[in-house]
Design a protein around this ligand. Structure first.
Ligand SMILES: Nc1ncnc2c1ncn2[C@@H]1O[C@H](COP(=O)(O)OP(=O)(O)OP(=O)(O)O)[C@@H](O)[C@H]1O
Length: 517
């Protein structure tokens, strides 16, 4: 630790209980965080991780139990502002930034008081520039947040917490939205923070990250504290066994050598613009055969999302055409594309496709409630809707009492499982899956992967957009690399390795790679 070390306060949460109605989200959980420690907090979707951290950060109050920060027992009026004043900062999965404002404004504005008639921006800027160089951040204070990548937005959130004096940083699934390189950089940054005296709580589903940087790992299961272990004396299988209380199925392997007789989806010279009229998908052509899984690799922000949105009808084509089973889908609405067989798992499943107040059962049939078996001759079939929900809950292991729970009451991962179950409920001709396993625990991830492979075995074409390269290698028959909206390579999975893929992701085409051999 350096001489000018920051000393994070010791945190003691004792016997914390929290119920949401009949759901026992936390049952007498204790959590002790030492100064200068990195703690990984792991558990399946719905285990209680976010609830515990939201209580520490003052977003929820516990039903019982005691929190002590440093020497002080926390009494009433515990709220995020009070937590920040005690040096606790939290970076949520969904950022709370104002996109039309600059980086500087986003960092400073939460700290301004009504009485600050004439904020001294120069002074703030100098202070933040100091943080930028001390912690090696790579953002410019004058840039608008709307123009930043996801990784840069996350840096702004972290900067905001540091500026407010955080000494304990809680990060909820921070690497889920990052590329492998950005994730590595963030983990390195957290280790650096620890050496300066900060404490970190890393809420994660990625056990390799937990093993890589944490000092201790706490496992929650079903709202209970199962164990807190020293990281260097445990293993991933041991942690995994503590997280689940049932037998795990074997990992999915796609070994079939697919011979496609027919193309189910064809993109011909497709170009797409973003909101600023800039071409972000640039004259790309490829096909997906029946039963084929085509993976799309690329650093986030290279046209993947816009391409998916153009396929499902959320964005217009600038040039080119898309054929579904040989039919040009130009002018088809989102609904028509869906009913004709384009299934969609959106990247942002919170904003796309669920209505928080409605039940799980209703959300599952949002797109097909007027069709059989959920409606017959205009009469809603409540039993079929209920049975459908119960099946999805069991299949996807959704942690909930029953299908009538409003979807907003589920944990983040469990909400995603419902959206995924809905897409896979129908039998589309092609599934456009954007980061389908992001935020899912490993049993749900395996289940989802199995479902995609099963769909392909039933002749469905799958377009799998994923920043998880291992996932692409495990599932894809072919991998296409996008760089600045162009195709850098379109290769069979067995013709490419991680290194070659990495080069293509940085803009090196197949031809250049073979020249350099
Ligand atoms: N606001 C709420 N209202 C009702 N129930 C809730 C609410 N927030 C969480 N729950 C329930 O509490 C339990 C714990 O949820 P929590 O979000 O803490 O889990 P988690 O471990 O963070 O899961 P994930 O990995 O999916 O984010 C879940 O059963 C969830 O449905």
């Amino acid at each position: 630790m350096t001489d000018d070390a920051i000393l994070a306060p010791e945190i003691l949460m004792e016997d914390i209980a929290k119920n949401f109605g009949n759901v026992h989200a936390l049952q007498n959980v204790s959590f002790h965080l030492s100064p200068g420690e990195i703690r990984a907090l792991v558990g399946e979707n719905g285990a209680g991780k976010s609830t515990l951290m939201n209580i520490l950060y003052g977003m929820y109050s516990q039903d019982s139990g005691v929190i002590t920060i440093g020497e002080e027992k926390i009494q009433d009026r515990w709220c995020p502002n009070a937590a920040i004043a005690k040096g606790i900062g939290m970076i949520h999965q969904h950022f709370s930034l104002i996109y039309s404002h600059t980086v500087l404004e986003n960092i400073v504005m939460p700290t301004l008081k009504w009485s600050d008639f004439k904020p001294d921006w120069k002074k703030y800027e100098e202070k933040i520039e100091g943080l930028l160089s001390e912690y090696h951040f790579d953002v410019r204070l004058k840039d608008r947040v709307e123009n930043l990548s996801i990784g840069e937005r996350q840096q702004v959130e972290i900067l905001k917490a540091l500026y407010q004096g955080a000494k304990v940083l809680i990060l909820d699934e921070p690497t889920g939205v990052l590329t492998p390189q950005q994730a590595e950089a963030l983990l390195g940054f957290l280790v650096d923070l620890r050496s300066k005296g900060f404490s970190v709580v890393l809420v994660t589903h990625k056990l390799n990250e937990a093993m890589q940087i944490s000092d201790k790992i706490t496992v929650l299961r079903g709202g209970k504290h199962i164990s807190t272990v020293q990281t260097d004396s445990t293993t991933i299988p041991e942690i995994a066994r503590m997280m689940v209380d049932r037998q795990m199925s074997a990992p999915v392997q796609r070994c079939q050598d697919v011979k496609c007789s027919k193309n189910v989806l064809e993109l011909k010279n497709v170009s797409v613009e973003n909101e600023n009229k800039k071409i972000v998908v640039d004259n790309i052509s490829f096909t997906i055969g029946q039963g084929e899984i085509v993976g799309i690799a690329g650093v986030a922000g290279n046209g993947q999302v816009e391409m998916a949105e153009a396929l499902v009808g959320l964005r217009d084509l600038k040039e080119g055409s898309i054929l579904l089973d040989g039919a040009d889908i130009k002018g088809w609405s989102v609904e028509k594309r869906r009913s004709e067989g384009i299934g969609y798992i959106p990247e942002d499943r919170h904003e796309n496709g669920m209505i928080g107040e409605m039940s799980i059962a209703e959300n599952l049939i949002l797109d097909c409630m007027k069709r059989e078996p959920f409606s017959k001759k205009g009469v809603i079939q409540h039993k079929n809707i209920k049975d459908n929900a119960e099946k999805a809950i069991v299949d996807f292991n959704v942690k909930t009492e029953n299908g009538s729970t409003p979807i907003k009451n589920l944990s983040g991962g469990n909400q995603q499982k419902v959206i995924l179950a809905r897409t896979l409920m129908e039998t589309p001709k092609v599934i456009v899956a954007c980061q389908p396993t992001r935020g899912l625990d490993f049993s749900a991830t395996e289940y989802l992967r199995k479902k995609l492979v099963e769909s392909a075995e039933k002749n469905v074409g799958v377009l799998l957009i994923s920043s998880d390269l291992d996932e692409l290698f495990e599932l894809s028959d072919r991998i296409i690399v996008l760089y600045r909206g162009k195709i850098m390579g379109n290769v069979r999975r067995d013709e490419v390795d991680l290194q070659k893929l990495g080069l293509m992701m940085t803009g090196c085409g197949e031809d250049k790679i073979s020249e350099n051999k």
